[in-house]
Every structure is written in structure tokens, then in C-alpha cells.
Design a protein around this ligand. Structure first.
Ligand code: CA
Ligand code: CA
Ligand code: CA
Ligand code: CA
Length: 258
């Protein structure tokens, strides 16, 4: 029986070449499949099936007149035919909003995306990777921009949220620099005796430095002027934003105030 052998250089070159062609064709087929957008809505079939959970054969999955891409781009859910913001939707009830799940590429229909027994929320709040069962700590950063009176926070360099805040008035400015979360205080009173203000039971306080006073990033329920300086030096955050930020932050989480 004849046997195939690399008994000369030309046989070896021919087999090597065929192998290389086969590899390239397979690789390009995978790339093409990932890029296919059957319903031409700007989202690939692959992403619709695995990230957005929308219909890859229907540009407007929820039939509300706006295509899936437009809804996601503008922060609305393409899966609900009424105005539901991705940010206020938690499809799998794991305390991680759909907007974060899309940014992080976790599964918005599975509370434990990587199947390691810990929910996405627990993993994010403890700095672990909800997308991989491999151990390893992910970076967290809270960034406050005094000029624009806004705050953004990041997990593994991915921006999760950005919203307006109220920093210190010009004669009581918010301290600038690099800090970390020193303490997490669930509830606290600001002002009172000897002050011209009194804000009892203020929720979700992240202590980041002490000068003459202690400075916090904290919830504020007594005004709604976010985007303008208003405080005695602390960083005021709307209640509906602060609870999530408080849960996200850990002792030691970096805070940058510029
Ligand atoms: Ca599509
Ligand atoms: Ca739609
Ligand atoms: Ca969720
Ligand atoms: Ca998990």
C-alpha cells in the first residue's frame, strides 16, 4: 500500500500551503459571521443574539418605530415597546442595570454571566470580573470634574455612569487631587447646632479626605440643582444615582478630583 511521506520538499510545501489556505478561509468565515447584519440595523447578528438579546432578523425588535441600534445608542431598551431607559432596567434582576451589562458585555439575561456561583453584582461590587471565572482584581475609579460639575465612574476602564453633581461653592471649594475611599458611612447628619443648615439621615457617604472638616461624596435630598456648585465642599449626588455608586465603591477605590 502506498504511503504518503514528506519525501521531498515540494510535497511539504504543498501541504503547508493547503493548510495555510484552509486556516485563512476558516478565520475569514468566522470574521464574516460576526460581521453579518441580517436585518441591516447596524448591529451584527452575533451581538444581537449574545449581547443585546434582540431579534437579528428584525431591525425594530419591540415594534415601537425605532430600530434597535437607535434605541441602544440613545440609551433606551430595544426589547420594550415603551420608553424604558437601559439605565433603569434590570432584565435579570441581578442589581446590575442593562446599560452596565451592555457596556461590560455581561449577559443581561443571566444574573451570573460567567457561571462561577457569584452574581454579576457581587463581582462588580467586590472588584472581581463578572465575565470570567479567573480570579483577579479589576480597577475602579471615581472621577469628579469640578469645571463641568460632573462625576463619572469606571470599572476596568469602562465607564459605567456619568451624571451632574454639586461641588463646593467658590468660598468653600471641593478639595482637588487624588484620593481613595477611606470610609463608607451609610447614614450621617450634616450641620446642626452651630451651623446654618441641618441635613439629618443623609444616605450613602463616601469619606475621601479630612482637612478642617471631613469631606464626602454623598447623597443629597435637600436640593435638585445638580450641575451647579451648591455644597460646603462635599460632592452632592442625587439620591437615585448615589445608592448605586455607594454599592460600587469599596474602601480604597480611587477618587480623582480635578
Ligand atoms: Ca442586526
Ligand atoms: Ca424598537
Ligand atoms: Ca442585570
Ligand atoms: Ca459570576
Amino acid at each position: 500500500m502506498p504511503k504518503f511521506k514528506f519525501n521531498n520538499l515540494s510535497n511539504f510545501v504543498a501541504v503547508f500551503f493547503l493548510g495555510a489556505v484552509f486556516f485563512m478561509v476558516s478565520f475569514m468565515t468566522v470574521l464574516a459571521a460576526e460581521a453579518i447584519d441580517s436585518d441591516q440595523d447596524g448591529l451584527s447578528d452575533n451581538d444581537e443574539l449574545n449581547i443585546y438579546h434582540t431579534n437579528p432578523l428584525l431591525a425594530d425588535t419591540d415594534g415601537d418605530g425605532f430600530d434597535d441600534y437607535t434605541e441602544i445608542y440613545n440609551g433606551y431598551s430595544p426589547r420594550h415597546n415603551y420608553s424604558v431607559k437601559l439605565n433603569s432596567l434590570d432584565s435579570d434582576s441581578d442589581s446590575v442595570p442593562d446599560s452596565w451589562e451592555i457596556r461590560l458585555a455581561t449577559d443581561l439575561l443571566s444574573p451570573d454571566s460567567d457561571g462561577d456561583g457569584f452574581t454579576d453584582s457581587v463581582e462588580i461590587n467586590t472588584g472581581n470580573d463578572p465575565r470570567s471565572a479567573e480570579p483577579g482584581v479589576k480597577s475602579k475609579l471615581i472621577k469628579v470634574d469640578i469645571a463641568s460639575q460632573s462625576l463619572a465612574y469606571y470599572f476596568d476602564d469602562i465607564k459605567l455612569e456619568e451624571f451632574p453633581i454639586s461641588g463646593g461653592l467658590s468660598y468653600m471649594p471641593t478639595p482637588e487631587g487624588n484620593f481613595t475611599v477611606l470610609d463608607k458611612v451609610p447614614s450621617k447628619t450634616y450641620g446642626g447646632t452651630g451651623f446654618d443648615f441641618y441635613y439629618p439621615n443623609t444616605k450613602w457617604n463616601l469619606h475621601f479626605t479630612t482637612k478642617y472638616w471631613r469631606y464626602y461624596i454623598h447623597g443629597a435630598y435637600w436640593h435638585n440643582d445638580f450641575g451647579k456648585p451648591k455644597s460646603h465642599g462635599c460632592v452632592n449626588v442625587a439620591y437615585h444615582q448615589m445608592e448605586r455608586l455607594y454599592n460600587f465603591a469599596e474602601i480604597g477605590t480611587e477618587i480623582e478630583i480635578i
